[in-house]
Design a protein around this ligand. Structure first.
Ligand SMILES: Nc1nc2c(ncn2[C@@H]2O[C@H](COP(=O)(O)OP(=O)(O)OP(=O)(O)O)[C@@H](O)[C@H]2O)c(=O)[nH]1
Ligand SMILES: [Mg+2]
Length: 694
């Protein structure tokens, strides 16, 4: 591949609501730039960017995919992201390493939530943006309606720089408002310049006038020239618009059809003209590893090397593939580097430029560029990589925390090891997927972003690791405790031929204070040898074992004190075993008499939603037995904090999405245990006993 200077690079991400045509657009861009000689297609499962088995099967993107095209003087690298909500982690990663965002809108209907969220992420990062109204060929495509909707729900900064010629099946080309030229497309994506259709002239002049005004605002000199009534040249209009885009004040809007390959070359021209090069975006902030001092990293190919790993994936041919962006310096294949996040030295092997799953070997990669490397051992997603003498940590990707929880069990006995190693690998690739064993229930619990996310994971487990799994709602890790103080005797006596068994203890059971540090306390108050010394540890052991299964529903008993204060023994028949059993009997009796209750885990949830959804969210949290702790505004959103039983929240990710059309986010952390209300406790106990019988 030709070598490019940093200023000739453009790194952009394609983002939108699911299905707006990002992957199809990427395909057309590759084709129009001459990188592909055949146009693949999402629907036929042969597109460049949706290469993963799961993507082909489902006809949606699941992971970010990268490719570059040479376009005139520039190299445009784009990251195609998934639009489906469950894979938003991939979008965040792509945005972290892109300098600009290209937001796609469907030409039919209003702006969808996914586009709105994408716009908001770009706002958070103050990213330069452009908008592409895709699917102009679709039935009911309406350019002006979409533009109006975008101005309302995204931003008034949206500035059309093109108009479509025709629509729906008669969509045939575009008018470039800056050059005031029209292009008509024949089949196959080739265009020729034509006269602007006469009936469009008035509209073209009107839109062009608005555009020139916006362009003039981008630069002080142009503003003066414009106000003095002088005509701006095309170059000046381009320059003014570009300044506006770089400042995040203008978002040029274009249109076309990815599917019919109409308008794509003009889009590539616009990306090259308007989108920032790595040199144009403000320097990266980083923390020096040694001094924790915050420094600014300029995009300088002659500076010390540093980069950020934003994605790790399993490649069928080369194994683990690490994708990273270089922020400073120059990198060659087969060089040593330092992973400053892990504080470990490693070595880069052959460097590659990816194009979907295809890898092009490359000798060196410069500041501003994005590349891949295979088989790194220590390095994972989010790590900063750099020169050892200049160890710094760049801001990592802000991945969302997964909150939808499901318990996993292998369908076949004996697959446990394969399952846990498969899950470990998959969660290493995907930071929005976590697995862990619940200490209380012993279950393997997977946390993901949504049901589809977990479904994809299980499908990969089957395909890549040969393990089939069952998914269930996780068991709630209930616990049991007591509310009263009681004194009971536990006596174990057996006389059946040979040597007998005899153990006899009196134990007092009482609740511990709510805030006590230990779950269980054993106190030995035997004086005078009613229980001989050598049997006392057996009594404690018997209690510790017995408390793992409470008397109500078999959940661990916690937060109580057992005081051994009396007992008796037999000189021949007593044994450690007999005292252990006696202690267990005392525990059962004691619990039953001491008003046992069921406890459940309570979490503190933080839900962030636009104002309009507040009523629904609070109503729903109340229904879920939540207690609202407070609300506070955050921009145009509201943060609701509430204590809610964890049992009600395993699937909240799905509930919240349907209540807010995907506009809400939430997090929940375990906080404490609390008594289960009696009507619910009854049901839990009944269920547990039914299960025990079965
Ligand atoms: N009519 C028409 N259909 C299109 C166009 N672009 C894409 N499509 C179709 O829209 C569907 C979705 O296209 P994709 O390219 O997969 O959309 P995407 O934005 O990548 O989807 P996700 O990755 O799942 O978010 C496919 O069936 C495409 O064939 C277009 O310009 N016109
Ligand atoms: Mg896609």
């Amino acid at each position: 591949m030709k070598k490019y200077e940093t200023e000739q690079l453009r790194n952009i991400c394609l983002i939108s609501h699911g299905g707006a045509g990002k992957t199809s657009l990427a395909e057309s861009m590759l084709y129009d730039a001459g990188v592909l000689d055949r146009l693949g297609n999402v629907d036929n499962g042969n597109s460049t960017m949706d290469f993963d088995d799961e993507e082909i099967k489902r006809k949606i993107s699941i992971q970010g995919a990268i490719a570059s095209v040479p376009w005139k003087e520039e190299k445009i690298t784009f990251i195609d992201t998934p639009g489906y909500f469950d894979f938003v982690g991939e979008v965040k990663a792509a945005m972290r390493v892109s300098d600009g965002a290209l937001i796609l809108l469907d030409a039919v209907g209003k702006v969808e939530v996914g586009a709105e969220l994408a716009w908001n992420y770009a706002d958070e990062h103050n990213m330069s943006r452009m908008v592409f109204v895709n699917k102009m060929d679709r039935e009911n495509a309406n350019f002006h309606e979409v533009v109006e909707s975008a101005k309302q729900s995204l931003s008034s900064l949206i500035a059309p720089i093109q108009l479509p010629i025709g629509a729906e099946e008669n969509f045939s080309g575009i008018v470039d408002l800056i050059k005031k030229k029209a292009y008509e497309y024949a089949d196959g994506g080739k265009s020729e310049e034509i006269e602007i259709p006469g009936e469009m002239m008035d509209q073209v002049d009107e839109y062009r006038e608005q555009l020139i005004e916006i362009a003039a605002e981008g630069d002080d000199e142009l503003t003066i020239k414009y106000l003095e009534g002088e005509e701006l040249t095309n170059e000046e209009v381009l320059h003014g618009l570009r300044q506006g885009v770089l400042a995040g004040k203008v978002a040029p809007l274009l249109c076309g059809s990815a599917y019919k390959n109409i308008g794509v070359p003009q889009l590539l021209d616009a990306v090259a003209s308007f989108m920032p090069s790595p040199e144009d975006v403000s320097p990266q902030e980083a923390e020096k590893l040694a001094s924790e001092e915050i420094v600014k990293i300029e995009c300088d190919p002659d500076g010390p090397f540093c980069g950020l790993v934003f994605k790790t994936m399993a490649d069928p041919y080369v194994g683990k593939l690490t994708l990273f962006r270089v922020y400073s310096g120059m990198l060659r294949s087969d060089t040593n580097f330092y992973n400053s996040t892990k504080e470990k030295a490693e070595k880069f092997g052959q460097l590659f430029y990816p194009r979907g799953k295809h890898l092009d070997a490359v000798d060196e990669v410069k500041a501003g560029d994005i590349a891949a490397v295979a088989k790194l051992q220590e390095t994972s997603t989010g790590d900063s990589v750099c020169d050892k003498d200049n160890a710094i940590i760049l801001e990592p990707v802000d991945f969302p925390k997964p909150n939808l929880k499901l318990a996993l069990t292998p369908k076949a006995k004996g697959d446990e090891d394969k399952l846990s190693s498969g899950l470990a690998r998959l969660s290493e690739e995907d930071p929005t997927f976590e697995v862990g064993k619940d200490k209380t229930t012993g279950e393997l619990v997977a946390s993901g972003m949504g049901e589809l996310h977990i479904e994809v994971i299980t499908s990969r487990l089957k395909k890549k690791f040969g393990v089939e799994v069952n998914l269930q709602t996780p068991t709630v890790p209930y616990k049991e405790t007591i509310r009263k103080k009681v004194k009971v005797e536990g006596k174990h006596k057996k006389q059946s031929g040979g040597r007998g068994q005899f153990g006899d203890v009196w134990i007092e059971f009482e609740p511990l204070p709510e805030d006590s540090e230990d779950d269980f306390e054993f106190v030995d108050k035997i004086f005078g040898g009613s229980v001989p010394r050598q049997y006392i540890p057996a009594v404690e052991k018997g209690l510790r074992e017995a408390k793992e299964e409470g008397v109500l529903a078999g959940y661990p008993a916690v937060n109580f004190r057992a005081t051994l204060y009396d007992g008796s023994f037999h000189p021949v028949d007593s044994s450690e075993m007999a005292f252990k059993i006696a202690a267990g009997l005392a525990f059962k009796k004691g619990m039953e008499q001491a008003s046992p209750v069921l406890l459940e885990p309570i979490g503190v949830a933080e839900v962030i939603v636009p104002d309009a959804y507040m009523g629904d969210i609070i109503g729903d949290l109340n229904k879920k037995r939540g207690r609202i702790l407070g609300m506070e505004p955050k921009g145009e959103q509201q943060i609701v904090r509430a204590q809610v039983p964890m049992a009600e929240m395993f699937k909240y990710a799905t509930d919240l999405r349907s209540m807010t059309q995907g506009r809400g986010i939430f997090s929940i952390e375990f906080d404490h245990y609390e008594e289960v209300p009696s009507n619910i406790a009854e049901k839990v106990i009944e269920e547990a006993n039914k299960e025990k019988e079965a």
